[in-house]
Design a protein around this ligand. Sequence first.
Ligand code: IVH
Length: 675
Amino acid sequence: MKERINFLVEKLNHYNTQYYQNDSSEISDFEFDKLLEELKKLEEENPQFKLPNSPTLRVGGDITNDFQTVAHRYPMLSLSNTYNETELLEFDERIRKTVDNPVYVCELKFDGVAISLRYENGIFTQGVTRGDGEKGDDVTANVRTIRDIPLKIEEKNIDKNEVPTDFELRGEIYLSKTQFEILNQEIVEKAKEKGVEEEKIPDLLLKNPRNAASGAIKMKDSKEMAKRKLSCFIYDAYGTPFDSHTNILNHLEKWNFAVSDFYKKANGIEEVLEFIKEWENKRLQLPYETDGVVIKINNLDQREELGFTSKSPRWAIAYKYKAEEAQSKLKSVVFQVGRTGAVTPVANLTAVQLSGTTVKRATLHNEGEIKRLDLHEGDTVFVEKSGEIIPKVTRVVTGLREKNAKPIIFTENCPECETKLIREEGEAAYYCKNENGCPPQILAKIQHFIHRKAMNIDGIGNKTIELFLKNKVIKDIADLYELDKEKILALPNFKEKSVENIFKGVEESKKQPFKFVLFGLGIRHVGASIAEILTDEFASIDNLKKATQEEIAHVFGIGERIAESIKAYFSEPKNIEIIEKLKAAGLQFEQAEKKKPILDGILSGKTFVVSGTFQHFERDELKGKIKELGGKISSSVSKKLDYLLAGDKAGSSKIEKAEKAGVTIISEADFMQMI
Ligand code: IVH
């Protein structure tokens, strides 16, 4: 029995390595699954013989309710970033003050999530996420499902006494571009099978490979994680006896870890610059995403000599490639009215290829941006895609402007209902205040209400809402709960079955908790997280309605602007009427669970600089909260600082200084997570 188990483990692991790392299969999937099934059964019957490197561990199955927080034995630092050559030359100069003729290693910077892997006596024992760098989440069960992370370092790959008894590796877990496409394809197929409306499907898709990887690693069901088929490149080791980075990488490769083929030793910074140039475009052809190059000193003694700042090593730096940009020509500017009445200028462009997709439109954000660009009719412009966000116009080639081109002027009236636009003090956007009479606002409000993150009404999509409005089946959100079956059946393409689905979806939506309902109402400035804060605090719509502006503004995370908007919403009789109708229909307007407790003193000993403007909070509010939780506020960035909390338009000199001093820069969302 034991022999058969050992035999199967060895055989299956061999096939796995061949398949996942050497791209060759010596056995059919069917045969493989049959052997795996046999092994699983034998292990269940003889658990005492189960091996720590059994391939059955790869399939997942362990459910984790709460990931344990684990302290890193070697802190997981980040790298300082640069986007330009000058700073790289400065980096080299700093290095040369300590090291003569430095030898660097250039590696691609993989775009995924960092992971720390522990091996004891050659066996994988623990996988931990980066977390805050000092401690992370134990995600061992999930990591085991990643096929190119060996569960055991095979003896045949080791020279005598070569593998240390206890060491740690660092790497990047990522999703390949192909696997990303496959997963999204599966999501589309499943959604179609379930009858989800076509225009709702994009909301369900994975945004990009990085998000998909970081979402997967925190999955509670490791079987689900296994289905994502993630990969992992290893790029660092701690506690191994080697004297140089290339030596580490060579051994890791021999031990069957996935090490990228494309690292290169560089004698001096000139060769580093060549590597960066070489890969600028070549990297786009790789089957996984990369966003830069990591430059590291090769010699480990020299690394020790160079040391660390509080947050990053002095012996390494990351060069990040700029987002891809393309040149195009402005055809026209249109003004779009959003759900809240905000008017956004959008540029129509001659079609151009950008990061693999055709771009015909790009956002111009607001009037200020049009002025900043000094945009004129027919201008030649550059567009850029940053992450998954809509492309934006970044600059104008003024030299190519036609002689008599007229400047683009922001519209004074709503392009849809002619209402005069208003811009409030301190706001960048112009608004059409004709909330209940401006067609795109009415449409977008109802579409927002049915959205997955609000009432999540299955069976109705954005197109259906458009059709219902046009044919007067509904005029507001409350009408969704008083639908007339005959009226719908009279519309083209609606059959008994689809109408049944609509009614089922509407009925089901009545169970959505209060926070989703409140978000669904579409009160200006009340996004999903603000709705949650409000439901936690006020517990019912009646309490919220009764509260004074001051009381609302006083709640942490709310502030004057939101409180004012909430009061304005409740002062509108039409809104009260809708709420009453929704209440009568049976929607949840009370919160069932209790308010979450907030921990006192969790920021003790930590110093923050808060810079920029934030989406959900006023700057002073954030400062107040930091102090309340035991943290300290500083006005300038220095090495002693723990965090730079950076919002929109945060001081660029502060950011630069923080990066240089190795201070961790966090966003509003990171901060919320922290507290
Ligand atoms: S070395 C001390 N090498 O980039 C940090 N990092 O901020 C040593 N990354 O958290 C990191 N590819 O997740 C290194 N070839 C590579 C990398 C890489 C991606 C990530 C890693 C790290 C972040 C740096």
